[in-house]
Design a binder for this molecule. Sequence first.
Ligand SMILES: O=C(O)C1=C[C@@H](OP(=O)(O)O)[C@@H](O)[C@H](O)C1
Ligand SMILES: C=C(OP(=O)(O)O)C(=O)O
Length: 429
Amino acid sequence: MVKKLLPIQTCLTGKVTVPGDKSISHRAIIFGALSKGRTTITHFLDGEDCLRTIHAFEALGVTIRQEGQQVIIDSQGADNFIEPTQPIYLGNSGTTARLLLGVLAGLPFHIALYGDESLTRRPMDRVVQPLKQMGAQIDGRENSKYLPISVRGGALQSIAFIPPVKSAQVKSAVLLAGLFGNGNTTVIESTKTRDHTENMIKAFSGNISVQDNSISVPSNQQLIGTTLAVPGDISSAAFFLVAAAMVPNSKVTIEDVGLNPTRTGVIDVLQQMGASIEVVEERYIGGEAVGSITISSSTLHGIEISGEVIPRMIDEIPIVALLATQATGTTIIRDAEELRYKETDRIQTIIDTLTKLGATVEATTDGMIISGESTLSGAQVEAFGDHRIGMMIAVASLITEEEVTLVDPECINISYPTFFEDLSQLITS
Ligand SMILES: O=C(O)C1=C[C@@H](OP(=O)(O)O)[C@@H](O)[C@H](O)C1
Ligand SMILES: C=C(OP(=O)(O)O)C(=O)O
């Protein structure tokens, strides 16, 4: 399919609530399935990736009822899981693959996993290596680096692990496996990554200790089902934050959005670039800060983006790169090599896409250099099946001189099925 996207004639105004956080939605299903009793989730992200996590736990015999954004899980915990007779399909979802591997490592089953073309290219050895160290038998393509992968799990040994990559998925996989260990499992991070797994273990009445960047979880815990409201996804909100900052005379408020400090790097970076943003933290749900963000069109300048902020905004780098094309001066992004291991090599796909739209962008090994204040032009562009690149193109099309044709808009359903409706609701007629 192709979608024709017209430049905006007016501005963006109003309020919007974005769908539930993808990372929290995945974890709510996983911990609901591992717990005893009923878990009720509201504002669940009804996107393709999170549906893969639901299907994986259904394959393990868990009863899950989904009606749009409400999900009810009835489970008796992992002791009652059953061995699936068919391989489990993970679609495009890296989070499902890596967190599920952590759970399967502790189950007395033989289970095979496979994914779509993109997921089949993404590295799994980052979780396979520590899980093997804990005692799971795992076998996959190219020395267990890639899917398809099969797991023979069981009783595990608890370990202390320092992830070689800055990844919440790796941390979470090891902590999940730690629940099936024989003592305390500890993960020590060099740079803090999103901490939704830690918050959720507490929300499900579990024990976890967090001291700076060292996280320890004891084994043999009985998690208890709970009721959870998922905050809006700041990674989805970022597309509207950038759109409002770029399009003259705009002012947009995103309500009920997650403001967990391990995720708000995009707010810090937009502020440093000169954006006029007001953040109001209103409440905590399940250990997660929630509030509203208001942003107005702003005069922007280039900055250097590197270091500890990178994991706090890793999925927002494509849309921030677009914003940098509209800022004066140069923006340099460093320490972001992890972008090469996402749904696409995002350093390459950002460069290819923005260059095709007329921007001046250069790749480096761990980031990019963006020269500011380009006039963007219309073109036929592809998202390469990557939802974040698809939404970046849609936002770029608001300010191009001519029409943009987006070749594969359906990939946006992976994380934001109602993206185009929510965007058009903000466009003032
Ligand atoms: O833990 C998570 O839910 C996620 C962690 C990040 O990946 P890494 O852990 O690979 O950095 C992020 O890019 C992904 O969208 C979701
Ligand atoms: C990288 C992403 O997700 P995942 O790793 O779950 O595929 C993303 O949503 O941008």
